[in-house]
Design a protein around this ligand. Sequence first.
Ligand code: SAH
Length: 223
Amino acid sequence: MFEVKIFTLYPDLYPGPLMTGIYKKALESKIWDLKVINIRDYAADKHSSVDDTPFGGGSGMVLRPDVVASALDKNLQSNETTIYLSPKGKQFNQEVAKKLSKQKKLNLLCGHFEGIDQRLLETRNIQEYSIGDFVLSGGESAAFVMLDAIIRLLPGVLGNEKSIEEESFENGLLEYPQYTKPQIWEEKTVPDVLLSGDHAKIKDWRLSQSEAITRDRRPDLWQ
Ligand code: SAH
């Protein structure tokens, strides 16, 4: 069982988009499990405050280290690592998704406001990952993105494991174009080779399409 724990100020958002088809089935068949921890439950003062103004001035609020630490410490063993979703983190990509899908546990910490006190990030086993070069209002939507990418890689989640081997980013290439019925739609037909039944030729065609698309759209990957 792949055990996911999410630390958030908005527990009601979960499981949200993770309750669609394949993931719901996988949750029911105990391939993965989700525990949602409300950071606010660990606030110590009578106003349940989780954030405060930044030392040194500036706009916005910062999540308090003591409150977040208490949430982590009371729910994790001391050797467990946690991923903090952060625009300052290392780039999350398919390779990282694969690596993380091989673990037994995944702990995700969602920030808000201007982020989290740096001392928390330094004193707990935190790795920072970003889902891209843009700024979100909170880590929750980023956590959904990461989980979506990771959970589909767990054995037994997708009906057809082969589909993983042929998708974008495998072999450093983007995927070839896909076609389905109807064979003629709005006067457009599908490429002849796909109707030929010649599997070697189809494989060659798909590879050359993948290469052309990658070269054109993602020169960084093509490199
Ligand atoms: N002041 C920060 C941004 C805070 S955004 C800065 O300039 O770096 C608020 C929260 O949204 C963050 O704590 C983080 O958890 C989440 N977040 C924002 N952008 C993100 C991204 N690209 N990837 C992952 N998480 C992100």
